[in-house]
Design a protein. Structure first.
Length: 319
């Protein structure tokens, strides 16, 4: 743990702007990446975004399941010299191994790098930078050990080799779509049954409370299941019914992207407030699943109307 103490000393003496930068990089890997994929799905490359979302959702599912199976405590629980940065406390609860931020980063930026890295140098540089910065930021903030971030990143990068062949195979026939849906359902149910029935360490803190209450960690797995199911349902459904095209102009892309982000945030945070009184596991399952389904299917239903409004406005301007 000496390297974490070393990073902690730098953190506690560095300019505040460096700390805020590391927090921003860290937070972006959790909250920004799903939105980024959705914007790409609506406005840039629908097929590529489908692959990226498969990689992200599968990686998140495996990460949360592994966390509950391994049940490894956070660095400051293992070594009293370590103190997590106050700005990162909300994203460093529960078990530590593997790093979810690193998994998400590896899954998304690894996918972008494999697809666009050879075509555009700035994309390659950006992806490599984030693949390094996100794991480092999690250690810099005192949230994870090097084992946590290395395994998490490796898990995310492994997804790069998963999504593309899966999407191609699923797109071949409706039978394949149903098989994939059934496999995802079976795997999710088995994971949930296992984590709900396994035993967990029940070590107590000095004040008599559990160091980690496993029940607070389970909703994340349910949310990952919801996210995966939402995408597995909406992605083939859109392909058979809506079949929307990419924006014909930059103006249309900006309107579509901005409105989409607003819709995404409204649904996600609206459901959080609406379902706040029910069991957190069910709330996460519904909130993540519905948000992804709305982003992948319901919102694209409005694209024809958005295009019609833009055309009408353009004609009035010309007149």
């Amino acid at each position: 743990m000496d390297y974490l103490v070393y990073l902690q000393n730098i953190r506690e003496t560095c300019p505040g702007i460096l700390l805020q930068f590391m927090v921003l990089v860290s937070e972006m890997s959790i909250y920004g990446l799903p939105v980024l994929i959705c914007v790409m799905y609506w406005c840039v490359d629908k097929e590529f975004a489908s692959v990226a979302m498969v990689n992200l959702s599968t990686g998140n599912l495996l990460n949360n399941f592994t966390k509950l199976c391994a049940a490894v405590y956070r660095p400051w629980v293992i070594d009293s010299r370590i103190h997590v940065a106050e700005e990162a406390v909300s994203t460093a609860e529960g078990y530590s191994f593997p790093s979810g931020h690193s998994t998400s980063c590896g899954a998304v930026f690894g996918t972008v790098l494999s697809e666009y890295g050879k075509k555009k140098t700035w994309v390659k540089v950006m992806c490599i930078a984030f693949l390094i910065l996100v794991p480092v930021s999690r250690m810099f903030l005192g949230c994870h050990t090097i084992e946590d971030v290395v395994f998490g990143l490796a898990l995310g990068l492994a997804m790069v080799f998963f999504g593309k062949p899966v999407v191609k195979w699923v797109n071949r026939s409706r039978r394949n779509e149903l098989i994939y849906l059934a496999v995802c359902a079976a795997v999710s149910v088995l994971m949930i049954v296992y984590v709900e029935n396994k035993t967990y360490p029940m070590d107590l803190a000095a004040d008599g409370t559990l160091l980690v209450d496993p029940d607070t960690m389970k909703p994340a797995l349910y949310g990952a299941c919801g996210m995966m199911f939402g995408w597995v349902l909406c992605w083939p459904l859109e392909r058979h019914t809506i079949k929307f095209a990419m924006p014909a102009s930059k103006k249309e892309a900006w309107v579509r992207g901005i409105l989409g982000v607003i819709v995404f945030a409204a649904v996600f945070f609206g459901l959080q407030k609406l379902l706040g009184d029910i069991d957190a596991r069910i709330e996460h399952l519904i909130r993540y699943g519905v948000t992804v389904f709305v982003a992948g299917y319901v919102y694209p239903l409005s694209f024809k109307k958005i295009n019609a409004l833009l055309e009408t406005k353009s004609k009035k301007t010309e007149a």
